[in-house]
Write a protein that binds this ligand. Structure first.
Ligand code: HEM
Length: 502
């Protein structure tokens, strides 16, 4: 997520052949070259990188001599035969979501994320009652003859014994059956009101007296809403999510790069945009190529973090032109959602820059707005970066995390265990309230659609099940403690020679 730069990730471009080749062994696109219009379209799509995951997995085959070919049943993204459907793939079966879009209890803006990809990991990590959501899915039209082999396979969370056990305990012990009535998305109403009240008040102060101090007070509240976890009412979640646009981000782009890429593929060096995005400026993972300046990254990263908010904005606008953000193509995005990017930016610029300019003049506006941008960016960067960038969550130590991350992507990894190993917690209930659950990152990654107010109770269960299985559970007492560890990790990652697959 850090430093939202070009969508044609330099990390991918710079990946040398040997490591790509090892990825390619599970690429669905290893057939000999075909011919015809759709074949050419398919190759062109790959070459211009519209299907990010396909491009990543098939990069070794994209040379002119060895281009991938259209699968047997047509190109699912370009062939009108499949384009007419809102297709998704769940556990090896293609479904048409069209009749269900407006009926989805979580809101159409979330089910949109499933369109044009294998949605298994999103689907299984968002529904607390899989038997209910699967029953609905199985009533939808199955697309016979669909070229399944063209669609990169997502992880299958419900194959994880660990994940299933934790989820059942959470339902039994935390919600006591109340999940049928939405208990897992309740409980944060008070927190939501407090945060909205605070935001409104801090903005009122900023607008009335724009200066450096009032600029530092405005903070963001979008995270839980965009995960659909803040309320049982989808429109409330969507509204909360849209506050991201007011604060300078884009709720649409965020849902794609954060939910489709980062949450599903945590700390995977090929698919997690949080790992890919900042490269080559920052090297968050020792599997990435190393340049001489990375040895100083633990120092200069603090000079780059304050500009995060601005870099995101450039990435959002670029993403609108390319129809993709880092790590995910916007296959399901509606015209309304795309319009929110433009309208949101206009509203943000109006509130942050234009209104204070007219009320108080250029100097006050500059001082207040720059304080806002810098403080927002640093808080955002620091709270997100520490949660996945400590040595235990990375493959730099020989150990369980390294072993897990070098397993063959979706086919062999235990998704539930990977979420635990690649995340790190800090603090407790107070930190949970202040960060909207970002400090209990392990629980958040396992249950993104559960309100953060329940994370402390869930943490006790996750920890217990980890202990029973000997799974490493990373937890730091305080934010300064984990930040110091993060700082040391970045120094280490900047100095290490490039790690290769075992
Ligand atoms: C692919 C087809 C999908 C189907 C058939 C489906 C079906 C359902 C059903 C039946 C419910 C109500 C669950 C219950 O009452 O326990 C639900 C809720 C929900 N869905 Fe989906 N869903 C789909 C995709 C998605 C995706 C891709 C996401 C997120 C990215 C998502 C997020 C949610 C959320 C946040 C809720 C409310 C939380 C809950 O009640 O557990 N859904 N969905």
């Amino acid at each position: 997520m850090l430093l939202n730069s070009s969508v044609h990730s330099p990390a991918l471009a710079a990946r040398p052949a040997p490591q790509l080749a090892s990825r390619a062994q599970y690429s669905p696109l290893t057939r000999p070259q075909g011919s015809g219009r759709s074949s050419r379209l398919y190759i062109r799509r790959l070459q211009r990188g519209v299907a990010t995951q396909v491009l990543q997995e098939s990069a070794p085959q994209t040379s002119t001599t060895q281009a991938p070919t259209i699968p047997e049943g047509g190109d699912p993204w370009e062939d009108p035969k499949w384009q007419q459907y809102k297709w998704t793939v769940y556990r090896g079966v293609a479904y048409d979501l069209t009749p269900y879009m407006e009926r989805h209890p979580g809101g159409s803006w979330l089910i949109n994320l499933a369109i044009g990809r294998d949605c298994t990991a999103l689907f299984e990590s968002y529904h607390l009652r899989p038997e209910v959501s699967v029953a609905h899915l199985k009533r939808l039209p199955v697309l016979e003859g669909f070229p399944l082999e063209a669609v990169p396979r997502a992880p299958y969370p419900n194959d994880s014994e660990f994940y299933n056990t934790v989820r059942e305990r959470v339902k039994r012990e935390v919600f006591k059956g109340g999940e049928a009535k939405g208990a897992h998305r309740s409980g944060s109403e008070g927190a939501a009101l407090a945060v909205i009240g605070y935001s409104a008040l801090s903005y009122a102060l900023y607008a009335m007296d724009t200066n450096f101090l009032t600029g530092t007070l405005c903070l963001t509240i979008q995270h839980c809403g965009n995960h659909g976890a803040m309320s049982t009412k989808p429109w409330v979640n969507q509204l909360m999510g849209l506050t991201d646009d007011l604060t300078g981000g884009s709720s649409l782009m965020w849902r794609y790069h954060h939910q489709v890429s980062h949450h599903i593929h945590c700390n995977d060096d090929a698919f997690d945009e949080d790992v890919i995005n900042a490269f080559p400026i920052l090297r968050f993972d020792a599997r990435q190529p190393r340049y001489w300046y990375h040895q100083y990254q633990h120092i200069y990263m603090w000079l780059t973090f304050p500009f995060l908010n601005l870099v995101f904005q450039a990435g959002d606008i670029q993403g609108l032109f390319d129809n993709r953000t880092v790590g995910a193509t916007l296959y399901g995005a509606t015209p309304f959602e795309k319009a929110t990017v433009v309208l949101g930016k206009l509203a943000h610029y109006g509130l942050l820059y234009a209104l204070p300019f007219f009320l108080h003049g250029g100097l006050s506006m500059l001082s207040g707005a720059s304080a806002y941008v810098f403080v927002q960016s640093i808080v955002l960067a620091a709270t997100f970066a520490v949660s996945h960038n400590v040595p235990e969550a990375k493959p730099i130590d020989e150990g369980p995390t390294r072993e897990s991350l070098y397993k063959n992507h979706t086919l062999e990894r235990d998704w539930g265990v990977q979420q635990v190993l690649t995340s790190a917690n800090w603090g407790g209930a107070i930190g949970n309230f202040m960060t909207g659950g970002l400090n209990l990152q392990i629980e958040h990654h396992l249950f993104p659609a559960i309100s953060f107010m329940h994370y402390p109770a869930i943490a006790a269960i996750v920890k217990d099940e980890c202990e029973k299985r000997g799974i490493l559970y990373n937890s730091y007492a305080t934010l300064p403690e984990i930040t110091a560890r993060f700082q040391r990790y970045m120094r280490e990652a900047g100095k290490l020679m490039r790690l290769r697959a075992m």
